[in-house]
Design a protein around this ligand. Structure first.
Ligand code: IMP
Ligand code: MG
Length: 174
């Protein structure tokens, strides 16, 4: 059975906004190289779209993480499923995420990556659900869209591993 999906942010609006955010990042990193860290799997579509639009030199790396199961999630400890291939020393790191929800994943990740000696480390997300934030210290430097507390799919985001390939952001209707 296929679920009914309501469009929350159209493909056109997502693309327009990524153009704007890419222009901001290009301006902020002028004269520097930016090292994008894509958080798999959800961040992959956004990372590609963003990277294509950046006017500064770009290098790319990938990381896959998962939260520890129920019971320990409140500790915010995440398991590294796939670590980065490259060291971070001296690099201008920009983490690219699909969505910041409780902020647990990112708060832990920023802590580990900061210890690897980057020149600086910033965070860019396609979507932000600030109402759900538990880790208030997570500072998002670039946000494409702030959304209400709804479960969304598309543009990399999944529901049970489905719908990552939708070219827009939608809500699965129950
Ligand atoms: P948190 O910020 O540590 O709570 O976790 C964020 C992660 O939860 C994201 O990277 C997504 O994988 C997942 N997630 C949170 N909200 C949604 C949603 O609305 N749709 C799909 N995945 C979500
Ligand atoms: Mg994710």
């Amino acid at each position: 059975m296929t679920d009914k999906i309501r469009v929350l942010i159209s493909e056109e609006d997502v693309n327009k906004r990524i153009n704007e955010v890419a222009a901001l990042i290009s301006r902020d990193y002028e004269g520097k190289e930016v090292h994008l860290i894509c958080i798999l799997k959800g961040g992959v579509f956004f990372t590609c779209e963003l990277a294509k639009r950046l006017a500064v030199p770009v290098s790319l790396d990938f990381m896959s993480v998962s939260s520890y199961g129920a019971g320990t999630t409140s500790s915010g400890v995440v398991k590294i499923i796939k670590d980065l291939d490259e060291p971070l020393e001296g690099k201008h790191v920009l983490i690219v995420e699909d969505i910041i929800d409780s902020g647990r994943t990112l708060s832990y990740l920023m802590e580990i990556l900061a210890k690897r000696g980057p020149a600086d480390i910033r965070l860019c997300t396609l979507l932000d659900k600030p109402e759900r934030r538990v880790k208030k210290q997570v500072k998002v430097d670039y946000t494409c869209f702030t959304i209400p507390d709804e479960f969304v799919v598309g543009y990399g985001l999944d529901y049970d591993q489905k719908y990552r390939n939708l070219p827009y952001i939608g809500v699965v209707e129950q």
